[in-house]
Write a protein that binds this ligand. Structure first.
Ligand SMILES: *Cc1c(COP(=O)(O)O)cnc(C)c1O
Length: 441
């Protein structure tokens, strides 16, 4: 054990003492003790161990932010593992302004009395989506929980078998239904559902008819979907509420971006869906939250549910959501939302950026690729894109080295080729991408 340094010697080493400013003396001491313990174990097992180097690495890891920016070169624009939608400058400024001080979050400046947390942003969202009313909660999963808890607890909820989906991250429609105390009544088959099936399943216990966007898969072939208008008319006639989990939720016609036609939130509401739930950080391009849009009557009942308190969003989320919604109010300002700038970028533009990156990195060649929106929007749909391809006998090794770059780069590997898709890379990151390629090769 003579190879182990004494704790007081470690704690007087200038390079180690330097961490006391940021971490505090107690934390540095605790990490030193841990490093010594590891050293002791390694030495008694007959392994070499450099306690001081290990401690310096641990100190550095503790002093660095654990959440760090990465460059998304996967070509999947809304990537849940990489934090979904990047936020617009206006949203970040709003979060800073509201987060740094006090605000009228729940205060009515006109009356000088307590006000509602949701009122202002609700009005804007309702206008934007063409709904009577809106409510915001923590995410789309929370929105569904609140919806089901408010209307279907202890009662029945009719769902087509073809829509009993798992979204990812353990969000399964049948499980969410069970947690909220609703009884699931399945109708139709895996490939077919008809309004007549819904009619047969109706009982005095029926509280809701629930539809879910399939998000991450599509049905093809011998398929029959519930007709939205017919279903809405049936729901109205039978006095049962029709609700829909739209997930990503298109605000506008996405064909403008070369994407397939997708039913918008506004269309769903016009067809007669009473309440729609959508995510804030998918196709909307804003902060994580869940938006509930629909009739004043239904949303009023959800506002009165005590569960809302546990699902509520904070002031910075509301500030970012409001700013993002404002950006959506015109086609020009919408392009300031990073997701829409990425969707709107032309292939020529991506090619020019790619050429500049390759020139700086000194490696790679351009290839035509297809990028995906991701986030459960438009399953299977892709957009023309450009990628920097890196020919290498060791694609996994290059991908790993790209991940350990100063700004880590997440690539995709296709047929043993490392691909860096430019559509999901923010233009401001191009030079950092070039430097990461140069360093990795
Ligand atoms: C993504 C998705 C959800 C979950 O949304 P979160 O905002 O992540 O909670 C729920 N339903 C559908 C259909 C989805 O696509």
């Amino acid at each position: 054990m003579r190879g182990l340094p004494a704790v007081h010697r470690l704690l007087s080493e200038p390079a180690i003492v330097a961490y006391e400013d940021s971490l505090g003396r107690e934390a540095v001491k605790a990490l030193a003790r841990e490093a010594l313990e590891r050293g002791r174990a390694a030495l008694s097992a007959g392994h070499a161990f450099d306690t001081e180097r290990r401690l310096l690495a641990d100190l550095e890891a503790a002093a660095t932010a654990q959440l760090q920016p990465v460059i998304n070169a996967t070509g999947i624009l809304v990537h849940t593992n990489l934090g979904r939608a990047p936020l617009a400058r206006a949203a970040l400024d709003a979060a800073e302004l509201i987060g740094a001080g006090y605000s009228n979050l729940e205060y009515d400046l006109y009356d000088g009395r307590r006000g509602s947390r949701y009122e202002r942003v609700s009005a804007r969202l309702a206008r934007l989506f063409g709904a009577e009313d809106a409510l915001v909660v923590n995410n789309c999963a929370a929105a569904m929980l609140l919806l089901l808890d408010t209307f279907a607890r202890g009662r029945e909820c009719i769902v087509a078998r073809s829509e009993l989906v798992e979204i990812g991250g353990g969000f399964r429609i049948p499980d969410v239904l069970e947690r909220s105390g609703a009884r699931l009544v399945e109708i139709g088959t895996t490939n077919k559902a008809r309004v007549a099936d819904v009619a047969r399943a109706l009982s005095p216990q029926t509280a809701l008819i629930l539809r879910t966007h399939r998000s991450n898969f599509s049905l093809e072939g011998f398929v029959e979907e519930l007709d939205a208008r017919e279903l809405a008319a049936f729901a109205r006639r039978s006095g049962v509420m029709l609700v829909e989990d739209l997930g990503s939720g298109a605000l506008l016609d996405m064909t403008a971006f070369g994407l397939p036609r997708e039913r918008t939130v506004r269309e769903a509401l016009e067809e007669g869906v009473a309440v729609v739930a959508v995510s804030g950080d998918k196709l909307f391009g804003g902060p994580q939250c869940g938006m509930l849009l629909g009739s004043t009557l239904a949303l009023g009942r959800m506002r009165g549910n005590p569960l809302l308190r546990a699902l509520r969003v904070d002031k910075t989320t509301l500030a970012m959501l409001d700013a993002t919604a404002r950006s959506h109010e015109s086609d020009a300002t919408r392009l300031a939302i990073p997701l829409y700038a990425m969707l709107a970028a032309s292939v020529d533009e991506l090619q020019r950026r790619g050429e500049a990156v390759i020139a700086r990195a000194g490696h790679g060649r351009l290839v035509a690729t297809r990028a995906a929106v991701g986030g459960g929007a438009l399953p299977g749909a892709t957009l023309a894109s450009m990628a920097i391809a890196i020919d290498t006998p060791d694609a996994d090794g290059v991908a790993r080295r790209l991940r350990s770059a100063r700004t880590p780069v997440i690539a995709r590997i296709e047929e043993a080729l490392v691909l860096l898709d430019l559509r999901s890379v923010l233009a401001a990151e191009d030079m950092a991408l070039a430097d990461a390629i140069a360093a990795a090769l």
